[in-house]
Design a protein around this ligand. Structure first.
Ligand SMILES: Nc1ncnc2c1ncn2[C@@H]1O[C@H](COP(=O)(O)OP(=O)(O)OP(=O)(O)O)[C@@H](O)[C@H]1O
Length: 269
């Protein structure tokens, strides 16, 4: 039996599989809505792994992802109850440094959204904002981040070209480079391939599998094959509830909840 609310696992930092994020009794209600869009979510996310959030449109996947670095704070009237622990500290506690939190928990969005500046400037932007000024350090960071996003070989000779001159898939990898340039611990990805063609999608999927060596990755996807290909753990959401979470191969081969089975076998969604 795979429980939707999993008990905390050992929290020994640096150990693959130690708990990075833990969510307890999370409810979220958008302003003006009578009922919550997320209901009593409990979930544990191990570090150095990929966790996929799947479910039909409107089930709350993106809303939940945004709870993990308080991006929902930008939406007026949202109320959040419950707890989200990052390395054991509640990110919704009043003393939380939210800017610091978003540095530790970075985000990549559905549509590639590079700034209208050069490739180099896109990657250097975050580190500069956080105080890195030295040109050599910045150059090193830009190269390391572009390598980390599997883009370096394609752009090394044109770092001062406009980011918007890149293809959609390259732009999305640039956004990943921008996200990792500030050395986050967690990367949240909201349907990062939904605007890309199959080749570009395959590259991002390969990259996601590599990224878990250094980061904890949580990814929202509409595409069940993608979840099966890239993730270690899959969480299935329906109507704002977390129905089931477990190892990806188990969710896709022997789910314990009938609703998960109906979804993954295409009976609805
Ligand atoms: N800014 C908002 N204001 C009010 N309601 C919202 C807002 N954003 C999302 N919702 C509602 O919250 C619920 C969950 O939406 P969410 O976008 O998180 O679902 P999703 O599973 O990510 O859907 P999709 O796969 O279509 O992106 C939906 O009923 C949606 O209408």
């Amino acid at each position: 039996m795979i429980a939707a609310s999993v008990p905390p696992v050992a929290r020994e930092t640096g150990t693959p599989g130690a708990e990075k994020l833990r969510v307890e009794h999370l409810f979220l209600t958008y302003g003006g809505n009578k009922s919550p869009s997320l209901k009593d979510i409990g979930l544990s996310i191990p570090e150095n792994s990929v966790t996929a959030f799947i479910g039909p449109s409107g089930c709350g996947k993106s809303t939940f992802l945004r709870c993990l670095n308080r991006m929902n704070d930008f939406i007026r009237g949202v109320s959040v109850e419950g707890q989200v622990f990052l390395d054991g500290e509640d990110i919704y506690a009043p003393q939380t440094d939210v800017i610091g939190l978003r540095r530790r928990v970075g985000m990549v969005f559905q549509r590639p959204n590079p700034f209208p500046s050069s490739i180099r400037e896109n990657v250097a932007y975050g580190p500069k904002l956080h105080g890195t000024r030295d040109r050599r350090s910045l150059d090193e960071l830009v190269e390391r981040s572009l390598r980390g996003a599997a883009l370096w070989d394609e752009v090394a000779d044109k770092l001062d070209s406009p980011a918007l001159s890149l293809s959609g898939g390259q732009q999305q990898r640039l956004c990943i480079a921008r996200a990792i340039a500030v050395e986050p611990e967690v990367l949240l990805m909201d349907e990062p391939t939904s605007a890309l063609d199959p080749m570009a999608t395959a590259k991002i999927e390969e990259l996601v599998r590599e990224l878990k060596e250094k980061y904890t990755v949580a990814i929202v996807t509409h595409n069940m094959q993608q979840a099966a290909r890239v993730s270690d753990t899959t969480a299935f959401f329906l109507l704002g509830e977390l129905v089931e979470v477990g190892p990806t191969h188990e969710i896709f081969t022997s789910p314990s909840d009938r609703r998960t089975e109906d979804y993954i076998t295409g009976r609805f969604g």
